[in-house]
Design a protein around this ligand. Structure first.
Ligand code: MLT
Length: 326
């Protein structure tokens, strides 16, 4: 009798490792929420909506984008860090995930340990733009006005730690003159103020500026990447414009809450890779001056390594500036 029981138990034991956590077996069984930590209609939102739509096709479930803007992206990030780790709440965020750990010292969540990485998404160039009647037509002329007017100029950004804040810091450091910064919940509302002429300047991602620039609704002085950007062929690089130090681009990644089962993370990474190979997404990214990362970068390990390296890069810069958010 014992022999049979033992054999039966062994047969059973052999089956146990194969048993996936209940949720992973049928994942996804319902719509997924992708949190964007900035206002709707802005650059991060634009990237998220294209990725969400394409991932949803691969996963066979709707991926709903929800905007939770404010505090330089930390409000939305906190939502995900504290969410149930079941694969149904994700975060699409950018370079802000590399600066937040140093900039913010009193967060109610762990800005690194609170997350699983799923994969990198894209790296977007920035542009230095101005209201359409700003009295300059080249980067050199704009720099001269910034140096002359200083804090008499209003510079829009999306809060401390946002890409528009960091590149503003880099610009002001490069020209050695501070402007008055006006924070918003994202660069979408900041763009409305720029279009209305109520703020003077802003650095923002080509995913939010390309069409406004090409329609003539705003002025542009440079793109912050070493190479010019295809949909903005006449816009010089900062280097060409005489400000080589003003170079930055905005990487984006996808995250889940810490503890999300590895099988679900692997499924999401596979769906992200499929999304980044989607011809519709690739074409729209190109129209907006960017491109998906390579498939091997859209993996949890590559994302984690890139993120860790960028945290280490920004920490001494932020500490030297001594500009903490809290
Ligand atoms: C946004 O989506 O509003 C931007 O990414 C904000 C920023 O980081 O500048």
């Amino acid at each position: 009798m014992f022999r049979h029981t033992r054999r039966a138990l062994l047969a059973l034991a052999a089956l146990v490792p194969l048993a996936l956590p209940a949720g992973a077996q049928t994942y996804p069984a319902r719509p997924i929420t992708m949190i964007v930590p900035f206002a709707a209609g802005g650059p991060t939102d634009t990237v998220a909506r294209l990725v969400a739509e394409a991932m949803g096709r691969d996963l066979g479930q709707t991926v709903i984008v929800e905007n939770a803007g404010g505090a330089g992206g930390t409000i939305g990030a906190q939502r995900v860090a504290l969410a149930r780790p079941d694969g149904y709440t994700l975060l699409l965020h950018h370079i802000g995930m590399a600066t937040t750990p140093t900039l913010y010292r009193k967060l109610a969540y762990d800005p690194v340990g609170g997350f699983e990485t799923i994969g990198l998404v894209t790296e977007v160039p920035m542009t230095l733009v101005a209201r359409k009647d700003f009295p300059a037509n080249t980067l050199a002329e704009a720099i001269a006005i910034i140096r002359k007017e200083g804090d008499g100029l209003n510079y829009g950004n999306a809060g401390i730690g946002a890409a528009s804040h960091l590149s503003g810091l880099l610009l002001m450091k490069s020209v050695d003159k501070a402007m008055t910064t006006v924070p918003f919940r994202g660069t979408a509302p900041a763009m409305q103020e720029l279009l209305a002429g109520r703020i003077d300047l802003m650095c923002d991602q080509t995913t939010n500026t390309t069409e406004q620039i090409n329609s003539g609704a705003i002025k542009v002085f440079s793109v912050t990447t070493p190479q010019r950007v295809a949909p903005l062929p006449n816009v010089p690089t900062s280097r060409e414009g005489g400000l080589p130090a003003f170079e930055v681009s905005v990487w984006h990644g996808l995250y889940g809450p810490k503890g999300t089962p590895p099988e679900i993370i692997a499924r999401l990474s596979k769906a992200l890779q499929a999304a980044l190979a989607d011809p519709k997404l690739v074409a729209r990214f190109a129209e907006l001056g960017t491109a998906p990362v390579a498939a091997e970068q859209a993996t949890p390990a590559a994302h984690r390594a890139f993120w860790q390296a960028d945290i280490a890069k920004w920490r001494p810069i932020i500490q030297a500036a001594g500009q903490f958010a809290d």
